[in-house]
Design a protein around this ligand. Structure first.
Ligand code: SF4
Length: 260
């Protein structure tokens, strides 16, 4: 992956000697978050936002959808399932039941069979049926556009609501925190929180609102290709100089501190 140019003016200083020729020639250094001031963290966060934009300018939602209804149902199905699998399943699902009225009228066993390969199919079938019935009964078959209304639908939590608002309506109400976003944000010391709601609260405090939607897509792409859950590819990572690698094994860290 091509590296972006270093950004910003953070003055950093190595605490330990680099262990290789390559790293001693690398103009980028690393940060220990406990020594970071609030201002420095904010500046580093903005650098991360800019760098991700350079690295993944076209990152977008990987679920296929033609309208807000399709994205809503796809996102419900994506829990504990890959987007690739969901896209395979929804190709037929939306042919058979293209709108909330038709899907609400489907039997639970038909829905279970249709979504079986996405896992947790009984709960998912029940949720999408309940969701469609409520869309028909209370929202005239339209997908609502507020977090409160969306999260009143069966199977829809804050993450799903943020996905639908951000990617279907272009409304930035929060940052989508899925497993990739949560993991990378902790490694980058943007949050310590393990639960998605608290992590989102930390992210929205530091990240400018106009980046809330895109940052999730970019972090998800980074998590799929570089910052893998088990073996992150730190050596070739475009965020290497901005990342303290919190929670990673010692051999993947270079301890450093910020100059005062
Ligand atoms: S791959 Fe390594 S350096 Fe890059 S964001 Fe993940 S933990 Fe940080």
């Amino acid at each position: 992956m091509a590296r972006a140019k270093p950004h910003g003016t953070l003055k950093l200083e190595m605490r330990a000697k680099p262990t290789s020729q390559a790293s001693s020639e690398n103009p980028r250094t690393h940060i220990v978050p406990s020594r970071e001031t609030r201002l420095q963290r904010r500046e580093r966060t903005l650098q991360i936002v800019d760098r991700l934009e350079e690295l993944y300018p076209d990152a977008d939602c990987s679920l296929r959808f033609k309208n807000p209804f399709e994205l809503l149902i796809s996102t419900i199905l994506s829990a504990q399932c890959t987007d690739k699998r969901v896209n395979l399943v929804t190709r037929d699902l939306f042919k058979w039941w293209p709108n909330p009225h038709k899907m609400a009228a489907a039997s639970i066993s038909e829905l279970e069979n249709a979504v079986k390969t996405t896992g947790f199919f009984r709960a998912k079938a029940k949720n999408i049926q309940g969701c469609c019935r409520k869309l028909v009964d209370q929202f005239d078959g339209n997908v609502p556009q507020t977090v409160e209304e969306l999260t009143s639908l069966p199977g829809v939590g804050r993450k799903t609501a943020n996905v639908v608002l951000g990617s279907a309506f272009g409304v930035a109400e929060g940052v989508v925190v899925d497993t990739h976003v949560g993991r990378i944000s902790r490694r980058l010391a943007l949050t310590k929180a393990k639960d998605a709601v608290r992590a989102e609260r930390d992210l929205v405090r530091e990240i400018p609102r106009n980046h809330w939607v895109a940052i999730s897509h970019r972090l998800i792409q980074h998590g799929r290709g570089t910052c893998l859950a088990r073996k992150p590819r730190c050596a070739g990572c475009g965020l290497e100089d901005l990342c303290p690698r919190v929670g990673l094994p010692r051999h993947l860290k270079i301890r450093t501190r910020i100059s005062r």
